[in-house]
Design a protein around this ligand. Sequence first.
Ligand SMILES: [Ca+2]
Ligand SMILES: [Ca+2]
Ligand SMILES: [Ca+2]
Ligand SMILES: [Ca+2]
Length: 374
Amino acid sequence: MGIWFRGTAVAPDITAPSITAPDDVTVEGNLTGGADGVVLGAPTVSDDVDPSPVVTNDAPATYPLGDTNVTWTAEDASLNLATAVQVVSVVDTTDAVLTIPADVTEEATGAETAVAIGSATATDIVDANPVITNDAPATFPVGSTDVIWTAEDATENSASATQVVTVEDTTPPNIAALDDIVVVANGLSGIVVNFSADAEDIVDGTFAASCLPISGSTFPLGETTVTCSAVDNAGNAAEDALFTITVELVLGVEIQSVKLNLGKNGVLPVVVPGSSDVDVTRIDVSSLELNGAGAAHDGHIDDVDGDRIDDLMVHFPVPELAIAPPPADGDVVTLTLTGELNDGAPFEGADDVMVKVQKNNANADSNKKGGKGK
Ligand SMILES: [Ca+2]
Ligand SMILES: [Ca+2]
Ligand SMILES: [Ca+2]
Ligand SMILES: [Ca+2]
């Protein structure tokens, strides 16, 4: 009788299974910080004895951004273990969603204007707090400026959008009130007058207004209205500013007597010298008054001073001269000639003369007879 063994006469299973992990996977993040729902696939497992080794893995429910090792384990019925690693990579290649403030239009407050541009928001699938920046300047010039907003997630995916900031200048400049100007001309053709008028604008600052007639023009006798206007760089027109330039005519006057003999019934000769710009024939002699006294006659046109230009000589009755307060003998008084040109333009002139007061007593008469009267 031979020896036989009942049951299986096999050697114990001491060989671990063979396991090959599924291929590494790369998935796009689908929640804050990482991803879930990752499909890993199945490993390839075999064993020399056990037809169905138990396969497990340590995969988490959610994967953080980056690489995670998933360890797969196969265990056969004899508790032999084998492991294999699968790498799960969670990446973020998706831009944040950026919401920027609306375009802004504001009135300029100066050459540069501070503008409240608002704020932007951004959301990202993976990054809870994308970084929002913009390239807005501290202040904006007149015109349109693009402000680029950017949202960048932790993986440096950046989304951008453009906000248009417009600064307008709809405010016209202002021309400062201008003082009227009074100037004296010594000739009948008027005089060159220079002046300046400034416009002030919130944006453009101070600049010269445009005036008509222009500064440096020859202004005629009498009153001329100057109109000044200004337009800023944005095309806004200032209200016109007006002022007057009055040219007063002062003519030379020469009293042709060494002394003014008051108390006598004589006449005082007065010359208005002609010149290249003083045509004395344009003087209305009938309008002349010397300290209130009218001319004694129509006047004489003659070249009194020998410069080959006609002069006007007029005589005024001494008793009609109004001189206040009454001068004393030896006083020097200024007599003023007033009158008009034939076209009505007024003028005046003045000259000094020493007063001789006639004494109505015997002593004075004797002095006069003594030859001291002249
Ligand atoms: Ca085995
Ligand atoms: Ca992202
Ligand atoms: Ca303006
Ligand atoms: Ca002359």
